[in-house]
Design a protein around this ligand. Structure first.
Ligand code: FSX
Ligand code: SF4
Ligand code: SF4
Length: 314
């Protein structure tokens, strides 16, 4: 059994509140297992590694299952066993072999000041390999680039006011250098593990069913104007928030311990944020930002500057 695009959208948008989306992918994961297991390279630029940590928190399926069955992860600076020349050589060799067929995942922004030398990933023959040139080189020959986290997708925290390194989003860096590889943004600071795994599995499934080019076309079809998959990012938090009736009657909490009333006056940016956190929740469905604090609008292109100050009504 495989999951069609229609099933996927229905499952993600509708009837499954409180249900981890990755659980829904099990049938398609089995399907993917039999057919298409793409090579994946994950590179990190200016970020905090929170995106990787969030991915490692994936509960259903476990991260071990994803790494062993769903993809072949050829490079990941934080979790791979090898390092140095061996790791770098493996990445460049496999990328050459898999030209046009691999998935490049990028975490973190790309600094372009000083020709990219604010972020160096490695060294080959005594020459520094910057995030900038690695991004361009690897993206050029990828089937698709998946930007995980708001830093990679939109610049995020590294590109906030005072940006001395000229931290830049991946889509802008690619566009500025004429690279036309399809790009998918999975923002969030960090993104929910379901958003990352769900997007990957959807892409794998679409490619498996339709072939590489048409499959990627299916992926592009579900993206919004900010490059995000609408099943995860097509809903406004405020419009779906359990506190909306309180907002409508102007009943606002004044302290965080007030769990009865709307958090708008405490700085909640839910009205400007589009994602399904209100029903998916975090940490295996235990809780979400608005329940204990406020939404910071971390999935939006303007985060963090346009969402600041975080704890004041905007
Ligand atoms: Fe950025 Fe990833 Fe925020 Fe951190 O590295 S999206 S700073 S949570 O984790 O890129
Ligand atoms: Fe909107 Fe935030 Fe109030 Fe929820 S808590 S209704 S998202 S302002
Ligand atoms: Fe980001 Fe808001 Fe979702 Fe929290 S509730 S993860 S701040 S979009």
């Amino acid at each position: 059994m495989s999951l069609t695009r229609r099933d996927f959208v229905k499952l993600c948008t509708g009837t499954v509140a409180g249900f981890g989306v990755s659980q829904m992918f099990n049938p398609s994961i089995v399907h993917a297992l039999e057919k298409f297991v793409p090579h994946v390279f994950w590179i990190q630029g200016q970020g905090c590694t929170g995106c990787s940590v969030s991915l490692l928190n994936s509960v259903h399926p476990s991260i071990a299952k994803v790494l062993l069955d769903v993809i072949t992860l050829d490079f990941h600076p934080t979790i791979m066993g090898s390092e140095g020349e061996m790791a770098w050589g493996h990445m460049t060799d496999v990328a050459k072999e898999q030209k046009g067929k691999y998935i490049l995942i990028i975490e973190g922004a790309v600094p372009v000041a000083e020709n990219g030398h604010y972020c160096v990933l490695g060294e080959v023959d005594h020459k520094e390999q910057t995030m900038l040139e690695t991004t361009l080189e690897m993206a050029k020959n990828a089937a698709v680039v998946v930007n995980v986290g708001t830093c990679a997708a939109y610049g995020g925290i590294p590109a906030a006011a005072g940006n001395v390194t000229e931290a830049t989003s991946v889509p802008k860096v690619l566009a500025d250098n004429g690279i036309k590889t399809p790009v998918v943004n999975v923002p969030g600071c960090p993104p929910h593990p379901d958003w990352m795994i769900g997007t990957l599995v959807f892409a794998i499934n679409a490619i498996e069913e339709n072939g590489l080019e048409a499959g990627l076309g299916e992926v592009v079809k579900i993206l919004d104007s900010n490059g995000r998959p609408t099943p995860f990012f097509g809903q406004n938090i405020h419009d779906n928030c359990p506190y909306l009736p309180k907002f409508d009657e102007d009943s606002y909490a004044e302290v965080f311990t007030d769990k009865e009333n709307c958090r708008y006056e405490l700085g909640c940016k839910g009205p400007s944020a589009n994602s399904d956190c209100y029903k998916r929740k975090w940490n295996g469905g235990v809780n979400w930002c608005v329940e204990n604090a406020v939404c910071l609008g971390c999935v939006e292109p303007g985060f963090p500057d346009e969402m600041s100050p975080f704890y004041e009504a905007g």
